[in-house]
Design a protein around this ligand. Structure first.
Ligand SMILES: *[C@@H]1O[C@H](CO)[C@@H](O)[C@H](O)[C@H]1NC(C)=O
Ligand SMILES: *[C@@H]1O[C@H](CO)[C@@H](O)[C@H](O)[C@H]1NC(C)=O
Length: 262
């Protein structure tokens, strides 16, 4: 049962991871201005995160501009490559297929040199979001039974337990002067009737730490004299470890591809 739950949670985490890795963003270069003269494309690119798989869309009046993919040198010097290498549709979609620096210019007239029609971006590799850990935290809570009173006579352990949540992996610490008390883990019947088990089952160290290893009801009594009848008995319910909160998957924007505007 528990195993099943963890498998489902793990599956959900995997699906979420895959879903985020395939949802690529689409960037309309220059946003609603498109690919045009006198626009600061470096300012536009600033602060944007381009990741492998994302797309750039160069949107412009066909014939008025074009798009060349160039290297850094050509970009610097605004050298126009052979016209055959140009993208000219007016709605040129470029998938950012590899990480690294990418340069784009307009090869019409002096648009690159004088019109500022040049764009430089850095494309980051895809990073898988970290798969959330599904293993329980290594250390649970430690409850000192009776808090600063410890394990003693004339203390209401049911009142002490009320409102506390005991989870598998948590620990109970029974603290008492050694020899004065002891601790037995018993069943419900022995708890009710204060039946003292054989003394070799007793914990007697004066600081007995019990790890709550399984969910369900647990009963503890003191087996010294009539201490159990006098109230040295503790009943708790241990709940299974529940799903831990996951960070939400990274948020990915997906812009709708708008039809070219002229
Ligand atoms: C940049 O591209 C130009 C034109 O294609 C080419 O002649 C030049 O060698 C390239 N420079 C580098 C550093 O790749
Ligand atoms: C409870 O524990 C006592 C003593 O160990 C045992 O004799 C008895 O059968 C147990 N009762 C149940 C319901 O398990």
């Amino acid at each position: 049962m528990a195993t099943n739950k963890w498998s489902i949670i793990f599956l959900i985490a995997i699906v979420a991871a895959l879903a985020t890795s395939v949802s690529a963003k689409v960037f309309i270069v220059g946003d609603h201005k498109g690919w045009t003269l006198n626009f600061d494309y470096q300012a536009w690119a600033n602060g944007k995160k381009f990741v492998v798989g994302d797309k750039l869309v160069f949107q412009y009046a066909a014939g008025k501009h074009n798009v060349f993919r160039v290297n850094g040198t050509v970009f610097q010097q605004c050298m126009i490559p052979p016209a055959i290498e140009a993208l000219t549709s007016g709605y040129d979609v470029i998938t950012l297929a590899t990480p690294g620096r990418k340069w784009y210019i307009c090869g019409v007239g002096k648009h690159c040199e004088l019109g500022g029609m040049k764009l430089f971006i850095n494309v980051l590799p895809q990073s898988m979001p970290p798969v959330p850990s599904v293993s329980p935290p290594p250390s649970g809570k430690v409850f000192v039974v009776g808090d600063d009173k410890g394990w003693t006579l004339n203390f209401d352990y049911q009142a002490w337990a009320t409102g506390k949540e005991f989870v598998v992996g948590d620990r109970l610490a029974f603290r008492y002067p050694m020899g004065k008390h002891n601790v037995f883990g018993v069943n419900g019947t022995s708890f009710q009737q204060c039946t003292i088990p054989s003394s070799n089952e007793a914990r007697t160290s004066g600081y007995d730490v019990i790890t709550l290893a399984t969910p369900g009801r647990k009963w503890y009594i003191c087996g010294v004299g009539k201490h159990c009848e006098m109230g040295m008995k503790l009943f708790i319910n241990v709940v299974p470890q529940s799903a831990y909160a996951y960070p939400p998957p990274p948020y990915h924007r997906t812009r709708k591809l708008a039809p070219p505007k002229f």
